[in-house]
Design a protein around this ligand. Structure first.
Ligand code: SF4
Length: 388
């Protein structure tokens, strides 16, 4: 979803205020910061919307090119972003065509304001793409991020947008179920989809969302700290409930002389949020000190720094004058694969380089048993080598 104006109970923050209802009011004390990632995401969304409008025949080629050239002047525009926008537009156009096969009145709306205030006070948002037809209403959300794979199943943000879209269009169409699809092209075109019946959606809205939104609006209910819930909360560094939960761990040290690997595993399992919490505390103390206010027991010091040339042209001239060959002063380096993909587009690079790109096996990394990735088994790797 695009990031428009923010409501107290926003859809993007729903995974937090639905779980930890007092968080929304607590967060109000802390300013919202916009990151470079958010700005990049907004630029990508604009390009996606424009490209999809062109693919859907809403604007002419000339209009598309003019506006695209304008967007291309932006700081974040590159070949990879254009490729993602093209993929998204194609995806939306194909889905629209499929919907029209069964329902000739089916239509696609881009950047639609959806209102779910019937269940969440002042709740509204903007849906990237809604395909309305009989039987199924589909909502598609474009995510430009590539760090974290976003799942559609059980995603409250998607469900709230689907709810708003359903309330908007159910008088015109016979909608039985809603499909929520996340399109995340930079994660190898990952699409994650979930479909639920309208009955399930409305029950969730009435029995779960409505009462929790009421509590959240008033800042009432129980705090529910956890790694996932607190991660993007603006109160995360100063929240007492989170601190209490994390400090509980210190009361539970095992009563032994030496810890076993099992003891260590148990502690790590319970520690969940501690590492990020400590990092948040560090950044609170550092930013306070940098703002000129003292924090007892702490000070800022100068970090490590590397020597550098003040003027590269003068460096070359000086070295040449001293008798060194100029060719020895430069090295030719290939740009990175990531940079190539940004500059020329992911597909173009993959097509050109084919098997010249390999993904080496990652180093074994510790993960909790519930992690979705398959287990790394060194003995299998070894056997596979012998089989070759
Ligand atoms: S930091 Fe965590 S526990 Fe505290 S208000 Fe935010 S989400 Fe709730």
């Amino acid at each position: 979803m695009s990031m428009a104006k923010h409501a107290l109970l926003s859809a993007s923050g729903a995974h937090r205020w639905l779980e930890c209802t007092p968080s929304a009011q607590l967060e109000l004390q802390f300013p919202q910061s916009t990151s470079e990632y958010a700005e990049e995401g907004t630029a990508a969304h604009e390009l996606c919307e424009l490209t999809a409008r062109y693919w859907l025949g809403e604007i002419s080629e000339a209009e598309y090119e003019n506006q695209r050239d304008e967007l291309a002047k932006g700081k974040y525009y590159n070949a990879e972003m254009q490729e993602c926008a093209n993929d998204y537009a194609k995806f939306v156009a194909e889905k629209t065509a499929v919907a029209r096969e069964t329902c000739e009145d089916a239509f696609t709306a881009l950047e639609v304001r959806v209102d779910f205030s019937k269940y969440v006070k002042d709740g509204f948002g903007t849906g990237d793409c809604i395909i309305v037809s009989d039987n199924v209403l589909e909502i598609i959300d474009f995510k430009y991020g590539k760090g974290v794979r976003v799942e559609a199943a059980g995603n409250p943000q998607m469900k709230l947008y689907a709810l708003g879209a359903y309330l908007e269009y159910n008088t015109l169409f016979d909608i039985d179920s809603v499909r929520m699809t996340i399109f995340q092209p930079r994660l190898s075109g990952v699409q994650s989809s979930d479909e639920i019946t309208v009955k399930e959606l409305l029950e969730w809205a009435e029995k779960y969302v409505k009462p929790r939104a009421k509590l959240a609006y008033k800042g009432e209910g129980e705090f529910a700290p956890s790694e996932e819930v607190c991660k993007f909360c603006r109160a995360k560094a100063q929240c007492k409930a989170r601190a209490d939960k994390n400090l509980e761990l210190f009361d539970e040290a095992p009563d032994v002389l030496l810890l076993t690997p099992e003891d260590a595993g148990k502690i790590l399992e319970q520690a969940g949020d501690i590492q990020s919490w400590l990092a948040d505390l560090e950044s609170l103390v550092s930013s306070t000190l940098l703002a000129g206010q003292p924090v007892e027991g702490w000070k800022m010091v100068e970090g490590r720094s590397n020597r550098r040339f003040t003027d590269e042209l003068k460096v070359v001239a000086a070295m040449k004058a001293a008798g060194y060959d100029e060719s020895l002063l430069y090295e030719r380096k290939l740009i990175t694969l990531t940079q190539m993909e940004k500059d020329f587009g992911k597909k173009a690079v993959a097509e050109t380089l084919g098997e010249l790109i390999v993904k080496p096996q990652g180093k074994p990394t510790l993960a909790p048993a519930k992690d979705k990735r398959p287990e790394f088994r060194p003995e299998e790797q070894l056997l596979a080598k012998f089989d070759k």
